[in-house]
Write a protein that binds this ligand. Sequence first.
Ligand SMILES: NC(=O)c1ccc[n+]([C@@H]2O[C@H](COP(=O)([O-])OP(=O)(O)OC[C@H]3O[C@@H](n4cnc5c(N)ncnc54)[C@H](OP(=O)(O)O)[C@@H]3O)[C@@H](O)[C@H]2O)c1
Length: 212
Amino acid sequence: MTTAIIGTGNIGGRLAANLVQGGEAVLIAGSDLKAARLLATSLGSRATPLTVAQAIERANVIVFAVWLDTAKQLIARYGDELSGKILVDPSNPIAPDGAGGFVKTIGAGESSGRLLADLVPEGAEFVKAFGTLSADTLTSASRRVPERAVGFYATDDEAAGQVVAELITAAGFDPVKVGGIDESIRIEVFGDLHEYGALGKAVTRDEARAAL
Ligand SMILES: NC(=O)c1ccc[n+]([C@@H]2O[C@H](COP(=O)([O-])OP(=O)(O)OC[C@H]3O[C@@H](n4cnc5c(N)ncnc54)[C@H](OP(=O)(O)O)[C@@H]3O)[C@@H](O)[C@H]2O)c1
């Protein structure tokens, strides 16, 4: 299995670091090759910088560590080239509200997971994951002891979910499936299972079970 991370910002960088620490090799692509090279160099020999097109071609699993609109554009642009791949979406549909907080950029009952899943081409599978914790917590809670923190995911495809569950484990978290893609809304910002929702923290498996 080859994993590509598209996006070299907060989430892309931290997730790539977690995966490399967990022994995974990652392909890194950003808005340009320079950004990908910078991040890959900081991560060592397990990280390979590529263009987005090259990373998509070589990977089986593609994490879109970009904002929702960019993810939409990339899915539209690469279309059939995504067929046969597992697409992973950590996006939260939010923007600054101008008062130091955030506002949801799509309808209250909508999730970016559902919106993106409806755009994926025939033959690609879609998994919502890696967006439930803040970037800081993604780093600080990875490989937490004595009990690992949970990494929630949602998908309609059991096999793709298993593959992503293994990546969640490699990234230093305990994978817990919340349900199908329609449950994505629970693990996005403003959802009850998001770190900033009712749980208010990165939870253990028992705490996750109680909340599910
Ligand atoms: N930050 C968090 O705490 C957090 C937590 C959970 C989920 N998320 C979600 O994770 C996603 C990424 O958030 P972030 O905080 O990592 O944002 P970010 O720091 O702004 O990173 C976004 C990355 O996307 C890259 N990018 C933009 N257009 C691109 C394109 N066409 N092709 C390839 N790369 C492109 C950007 O490159 P340039 O900078 O060069 O344009 C940047 O590296 C968002 O959907 C967000 O909702 C974020």
